[in-house]
Design a protein around this ligand. Structure first.
Ligand code: UDX
Length: 451
């Protein structure tokens, strides 16, 4: 392995999803990382190699890095700033009621940096911040410091998917560096050099894929637009296929065949075209709303993006309509089981989970709702106390008049339907059940997008 330059890196917001994956990723490619977060509980767990955020393989790598003293965790922002030549900012930017991103955490970090930086520091913004926010950060720091001499600011958006965040860190589709200064660009390129040269060692299951990593140097505004436009495009694909699924269902088509068929055109492809309850999670909805607000603020009517959002809001209602079709308009005391509580499979994150939103709605209508998730049972129970939660699939299956499959977790495609009462009705929003098996046991079903 070539000897790469090792940087002293601080990560602010290091116990959140993006901050943690970034901290662990950067330490494992040879940098010395001090990861800071205000969440003391999470920090104390992380110091002992334990993570509240579930990510496959993360705890193993974390333990190795702690033993090698390549990573450390702290509550102390002063210590983090004085330790670091480069600070990655990964604090949250949640949606405000009007769709704009809440900048309060970013502003408070910028004020700390302004007051505490005592040697040249590159501030790398990982959080998805509104276009223009890099200038705000620069302005705040410039109240005491001089740009170029004391600090540089870079936009370096992440494209990590929850559940495969470390795989994405090691095998990025691209690295975007948005900066106006050569020094910051050169430093960021050096930081990512082990990734670009595919020259680092990491334990299983993160094999190094043989791929060329494209690195794009651009200005900060374009870097931020790349992030927003990517997430908006992904959201568009989902709303698009959900709309096609709706039409297909009405006219008697089969959505799996349709996706396969359209995906054979290499310009379209069939990745990221799974219909379902809509896109949830902390990013797509938030970033789409922020982009729509940005266009409105600039007197531009984003007709299409508004449509993407509208389809997503309607999608939950489509599933509710299916439930009402089977049980009638009153759901009072009806027993409904939902499979998949996290916002998607492979994660324990229930933030902005449409499954939880559906559960809340059904409970408000008087239904008795039981939910299953292999990773997120505890988190779902904490979020919705009237939801009966179990990680025992058979318990959840046996109690229901309707079973609704919301996430495409593999075990849901392998359910043994022989143990279910034939009176149970199945709604599969992900198209993963074995229809022949359901037919064998005379179980009635509805597959979203398929007549
Ligand atoms: C997303 C982007 O993929 C990632 O690049 C970005 O950095 C953060 O936002 P994530 O939110 O982790 O990642 O999840 P993703 O796998 O993209 O799924 C988002 C939502 O869309 C989930 O609710 C998922 O169930 C849904 N989805 C995804 C579909 O309904 N169909 C699909 O084909 C794909």
């Amino acid at each position: 392995m070539t000897k790469h330059k090792s940087y002293k890196i601080g990560v602010i917001g290091g116990a959140g999803y993006v901050g943690l994956v970034t901290s662990v990723g950067l330490a494992s490619i040879g940098h010395n990382v001090l990861s800071q977060d205000l969440n003391l509980n999470r920090i104390n767990l992380l110091k002992n190699g334990k993570s509240e955020v579930y990510e496959e393989g993360l705890e193993n790598i974390l333990s190795d890095l702690i033993t090698q003293k390549l990573i450390n965790f702290t509550h102390n922002i002063e210590q983090t700033i004085s330790h670091s030549d480069v600070i990655f900012v990964a604090v949250g930017t949640p949606s405000l009621a009007d769709g704009r991103a809440d900048m309060s955490q970013i502003i408070s970090v910028a004020e700390k940096l302004r007051d505490l930086i005592d040697h040249h520091t590159i501030v790398v913004v990982k959080s998805t911040v509104p276009v223009g926010a890099i200038e705000i950060i620069q302005d705040i720091l410039s109240e005491r410091l001089t740009i170029g001499e004391d600090f540089d600011v870079v936009s370096n958006p992440e494209f990590l998917r929850e559940g495969s965040g470390l795989v994405d860190f090691y095998n990025p589709s691209r690295i975007i560096i948005g900066s106006n200064t050569d020094f910051a660009r050169k430093s960021l390129k050096e930081i990512y050099q082990p990734l670009i040269q595919r020259d680092y060692k990491v334990s299983n299951p993160f094999s190094i894929k043989n791929q060329i990593i494209e690195i794009l140097l651009t200005d900060p505004v374009s870097a931020q637009m790349i992030k927003y436009a990517s997430n908006a495009f992904l959201a568009t694909r989902i709303s698009y296929i959900n709309e096609i699924a709706g039409i297909s269902e009405k006219v008697g088509g089969n959505i799996s065949d349709i996706i396969y068929g359209i995906g054979l055109d290499p310009r379209i492809g069939s990745d990221y075209l799974k219909p379902g309850i809509g896109f949830g999670g902390p990013c797509l909805d938030k970033d789409l709303r922020a982009l729509i607000t940005l266009s409105e603020e600039n007197y531009f009517d984003s007709v299409m993006l508004n449509g993407v959002l509208r389809r997503n809001d309607l999608q939950l209602q489509e599933v509710i309509n299916k439930i009402n079709f089977v049980l009638g308009s009153s759901l009072y005391k009806h027993k409904i089981s939902i499979l998949g509580l996290a916002f998607k499979e492979g994660t324990n994150d229930v933030r902005h989970s449409l499954s939880i939103r559906l559960a809340k709605f059904l409970i408000e209508q008087g239904a008795i709702v039981t939910g299953h998730d292999i990773l997120a049972a505890k988190e779902a129970a904490e979020m919705e106390d009237k939801l009966i939660v179990s990680d025992n699939l058979n318990d959840v299956l046996n109690q229901a008049e309707i079973i609704i499959i919301l996430n495409s977790e593999k075990i849901y495609s392998q359910i043994d339907w022989s143990i279910i009462s034939p009176k149970t009705y199945i709604i599969d929003t992900r198209g993963i059940v074995n229809i022949d098996e359901l037919k064998k046991y005379s179980i009635e079903y509805d597959i979203l997008g398929t007549k």
